[in-house]
Design a protein around this ligand. Structure first.
Ligand code: DOR
Ligand code: ZN
Length: 422
């Protein structure tokens, strides 16, 4: 007996099959067989569920912004079944003890699968984190950001060399910063300029070990994206840099404040047109409360929520044929799995049975319908296609607004070594 049968599912190549799932894995794509649960997928767009490799889940003293329960529900409701948690928590994930607490919190409360990254700071215990199961390292702050202190060049070189020796992936927040507290979005974008971001990306190669595998986080312009590729690095782009620009906000509107900053509409369009050159999409989900964002621009924290709207916004562009469905799957599911070494979700026997079922209808984004604890979105009113159902390891975990919690899978890095219990 199968666990799940997805009837009349249209594959990317146009074939219509019944997909058989057992023990969290696809076992056959062809004709159906008896199953405990059967879902008819006729008329729906069924996608391998996304991996969002850049999510700040907060928790602990930052739980007013988000925690594993609300953040992971937000992920599932947006068709994301695996999130990679960023280590600039309070305190940051710099050693095995903090890492274990973080994994225990996620294991107890997350509704979706997760990986946890190790922090890279002067005092970080890199090898310990790697053996503890860190999926990757970073985001590493080359420039300071909310909850992130910039590394000195000496610490950067030492820690990067160690990560390279261990065979780990380092993910980097590369920017150049000048001036003091900015008063508005335009000044913010000048102080963390596109040219400075490009220079920071170029400089990165020089401080890396020869042959080191480096991933550039949230490239905000096509120029930076190309610079990352010239330097032999993979690069992610966020939906906010792809779809939002300074012109959409009043200059002092803190809800548009993020690092790296939003750019002009011209640069945003140019980035959108560079879609085919983007390796992968990640949200940089970085929620702050409305109260925190209600402060004067100079004091307000940088960061936007986005894990729940990432794929839905892209799917709206699939419906209008501006983006191909295959490219969205490639950049939200296939590429992140490959970069991180996570087993792929898909339709072939042996694939992880994580899927999101989308209707062919876009609706305006409405903050009140989203699940992040921060209760706001920078995408209010923009068109998006939200999944009706989400399946994780063969179980329906999200169904028209209702969540079912199953044990979340912890995706560990290759360095993981279980310590004997004494
Ligand atoms: O705007 C940002 N907010 N950029 C980052 O790199 C960090 C993030 C946060 O954690 O709030
Ligand atoms: Zn960042």
């Amino acid at each position: 007996m199968l666990d799940l049968l997805l009837l009349n599912l249209t594959l990317p190549d146009g074939r219509v099959v019944d997909l058989q799932v057992r023990d969290g894995i696809v076992v056959h794509a062809g004709a159906g067989a008896p199953a405990h649960q059967t879902l008819d997928c006729r008329g729906l767009l069924v996608l391998p569920a996304a991996i969002d490799m850049h999510v700040h889940m907060r928790g602990g003293t930052q739980s007013v912004k988000e925690d594993w329960t609300t953040g992971s529900q937000s992920a599932l409701a947006g068709g994301v079944t695996v999130v990679v948690d960023q280590p600039n928590t309070v305190p940051p994930i710099t050693n095995r003890e903090h890492f274990k607490v973080r994994v225990a919190d996620a294991t107890a409360h997350s509704y979706c699968g997760f990986g946890v990254n190790g922090a890279v700071t002067r005092d970080a215990r890199i090898a310990d984190l790697w053996q503890g199961g860190a999926l990757a390292f970073g985001e590493v702050f080359i420039a300071p950001s909310s909850y992130g202190e910039a590394l000195t060049l000496e610490v950067q070189q030492r820690t990067f060399a160690e990560i390279h020796r261990l065979g780990g992936l380092v993910t980097v927040h590369a920017e150049e910063v000048s001036g003091t507290a900015p008063v508005g979005l335009r000044q913010h974008s000048l102080q963390r300029s596109p040219a400075g971001e490009e220079r920071a990306v170029q400089a990165l190669r020089a401080s890396c070990a020869p042959g080191q595998r480096v991933h550039c986080c949230h490239m905000s312009t096509a120029g930076s994206l190309d610079a990352a590729h010239r330097a032999g690095m993979t690069a992610e782009v966020t939906p906010h840099h792809l779809l939002l620009s300074i012109e959409r906000f009043a200059d002092t509107d803190t809800h548009g404040r993020v690092n790296p900053p939003l750019r002009s509409e011209r640069l945003q369009r140019e980035l959108f047109l560079a879609w085919d050159r983007i390796d992968l999409i990640a949200s940089d989900h970085a929620p702050h409360t409305l109260n925190e964002k209600a402060q004067a621009f100079t004091n307000a924290p940088s960061g936007l929520p986005g894990v729940e709207t990432m794929v839905p916004l892209l799917m709206a562009h699939v419906l209008t044929s501006e983006l191909s469905l295959a490219s969205v799957v490639q950049k939200t599911a296939v590429a992140p799995a490959k970069v991180l070494g996570i087993p792929p979700a898909g339709f072939s026997p042996g694939d992880r049975a994580d899927f999101a079922l989308y209707p062919r209808e876009a609706v305006p984004v409405e903050a009140a319908d989203l699940h992040s604890r921060c209760t706001w979105t920078p995408y209010q009113g923009m068109l998006a296609v939200f999944p009706e159902r989400v399946i994780m390891r063969g179980t329906v975990v999200y169904d028209h607004g209702d969540f079912t919690r199953i044990d979340p899978c912890w995706y560990r890095g290759r360095g993981y070594m279980e310590r004997p219990q004494i």
